[in-house]
Design a protein. Structure first.
Length: 165
């Protein structure tokens, strides 16, 4: 999370101009008591942001006209897949690709609640904020793996993919 409004504005401008190729989020899968041990040497750093990145870019970027929908897709999928050597299998919707995609309900809103995160990390600086849009469904290799109201469906089906670079 960027600390000043000026820093925040600069990063959105850089995204809009295409100066940043992709983004990442932090992930701190620990319970709150591990973040406040009383010592900087034992406190677990970071926040759980992995599950919020797409919705954040959609609601705070695309919906506020800071980035285009094409830029959002490139930032979240296409460019990381290229950088990590997973394109064209990952990062696009095309014949021969893995059919990994998210269905977003543009009419719904999401209230951010750390207690509802799938991660052990329940802290978020966005607690209580309401963002436009809601993740309705997630497909992995064409299979429904998440549905709003039901949560994660079935067991994880991850596989190792050898980078092509």
């Amino acid at each position: 999370m960027v600390k000043t409004a000026a820093d925040n504005a600069y990063l959105w401008e850089a995204l809009s101009r295409g100066e940043l190729d992709w983004l990442a989020s932090d992930h701190a899968p620990c319970p709150p008591e591990q973040k406040q041990t009383g010592s900087i040497w034992t406190d677990y750093g970071g926040i759980s942001g992995t599950g919020l990145l797409l919705l954040f870019l959609y609601s705070q970027g695309y919906r506020q006209q800071k980035i285009s929908l094409a830029q959002l897709c490139d930032l979240i999928a296409g460019n990381p897949a290229r950088r990590l050597g997973l394109f064209p299998r990952k990062g696009q919707i095309a014949v021969g690709a893995d059919a990994d995609f998210v269905c977003l309900d543009e009419q719904a809103n999401t209230t951010i609640r750390g207690a509802e995160f799938a991660s052990l990390g329940k802290f978020t600086p966005f607690e209580g904020q309401q963002w436009p849009g809601q993740i309705a469904a997630v497909y992995q290799r064409g299979n429904l793996v998440y549905q709003a109201g039901q949560g994660i469906l079935g067991k994880p089906q991850g596989i190792f993919i050898e980078p092509n670079h």
